[in-house]
Design a protein around this ligand. Structure first.
Ligand SMILES: *Cc1c(COP(=O)(O)O)cnc(C)c1O
Length: 377
């Protein structure tokens, strides 16, 4: 093994079970598996989520949804981000629900349905305040009316109405969250008055799943929490919410050598040894998702001790200065994991680098093999 991301599929399954327990009033769970299952592997994560009780899966792009179908995953899947010119026919034919933001997307979906010879399953998105995808509240009544007309014509079936929070990690009482929830409630009434009867209404991401039960409606839509990371680290770590991190990023010391005091280490000599030291070379770099901004600050465990990356993170490698400690080529290096062996967590990396745990796990590169643990299908 040079480097690997160990994926604990049992943890994903159990996290989804825990999230189902957080879902209020019998709401189902749509587990978000976009971006290669937040770096954990699209299809294995999806299967583990379904084993944990996910009734739906959510992805951003059509290829992600079609990859699930090609792998035989047959639960309902919502894909929510298309671009003009994309061919929607394969997605309609594969029974993928499409997120719809405006009249033009609605027309494209209706045309695809006629080509595919079956109604397109659509979930209309209202922009309740994130100002990202979705129809503004001003445009919402017209979108609902057009969708109702298309439904009456038999081209489409409106299966859902949904939205997305801007600041759910600010806690349930954040004014933005309250306002968005109120706008969503109004949008549902507008949809109903237009004659739409969506099976699923959903709004709650991971943070709202854990902290805002009044926003759960028919489905919660967590991504991050399914992988065992806390979306609200300021309120509690994974264990407080019954979650367990599913990814461990491990590498192997490739080379060890002794150098004298005053030795400059890695590009630009940003680290200089203060005494005769042992250096250990680790074969993971920014091409593998170790951010270059981890230069001099990234936490790593080697032989049971926390170390900090010495100097510049390179494309394929970085160096540890272990001082007078004894280490050997072939030793295991843990960048992050659940933390139970004293290793850093993805949250520790996010804190050290001034980013969020989402980015730490999703950026792990294609050169790092995912090794699946947990005896899942
Ligand atoms: C990514 C995403 C989610 C999941 O968000 P988490 O914070 O990871 O739970 C849910 N809905 C939409 C629209 C998303 O883009």
């Amino acid at each position: 093994m040079r480097s690997e991301a160990r994926i604990d599929l049992g943890a994903i399954r159990d996290n989804v079970r825990a999230l189902a327990g957080h879902a209020a009033g019998g709401a189902g769970v749509m587990v978000v598996v976009k971006a290669d299952g937040y770096g954990h592997g699209l299809v294995p994560s999806a299967r583990a989520a379904v084993a944990g009780g996910a009734a739906w899966l959510g992805v951003a792009f059509l290829e992600e949804a079609l990859a699930l179908r090609a792998a035989g995953v047959d639960v309902p899947v919502l894909a929510w981000l298309t671009t003009p010119g994309e061919d929607l026919v394969p997605a309609v034919a594969a029974d993928v629900d499409l997120g719809i933001y405006d009249a033009s997307e609605l027309r494209t979906a209706a045309a695809a349905a006629r080509t595919a010879g079956r109604p397109a399953r659509l979930q209309l998105k209202v922009d309740t305040g994130l100002s990202r995808g979705g129809a503004t509240p001003d445009a919402w009544p017209d979108l609902c009316a057009a969708a109702a007309a298309a439904e009456a014509g038999g081209d489409v079936q409106v299966t859902g109405v949904w939205s997305h929070f801007a600041f759910a990690d600010g806690g349930r009482d954040h004014p933005t969250t309250r306002r968005q929830a109120a706008v969503f409630a109004e949008a549902l009434e507008v949809a109903e008055r237009a004659g739409l009867r969506p099976q699923v209404r959903h709004l709650a991401n991971s943070a709202a799943t854990l902290t805002a039960p009044e926003t759960h409606y028919d489905l919660v839509r967590p991504g991050l929490a399914a992988y065992g990371l806390s979306p609200v680290p300021q309120l509690g770590g994974p264990e407080q919410f019954g979650l367990r991190p599913a990814m461990t990023l491990a590498s192997t010391v490739a080379l060890v050598k002794q150098v004298p005091a005053g030795t400059g280490v890695s590009y630009m000599h940003r680290h200089v040894t203060t005494a005769a030291s042992t250096l250990a070379l680790v074969p993971l770099g920014y091409a593998d998702g170790v951010p270059r901004s981890a230069t001099g600050i990234g936490p790593v465990q080697l032989r049971g001790r926390r170390r900090t990356i010495a100097g510049t993170v390179c494309m394929d490698q970085f160096v540890l200065d272990v001082g007078s400690d004894v280490v050997a080529a072939g030793d295991e290096v843990l960048l992050f994991g659940p933390g139970d062996q004293g290793e850093p967590t993805a949250q520790d990396w996010a804190d050290a680098l001034g980013t969020i745990n989402y980015e730490i796990v999703t950026r792990i590169g294609a050169r790092v093999p995912r090794v699946l643990l947990g005896g899942m299908p």
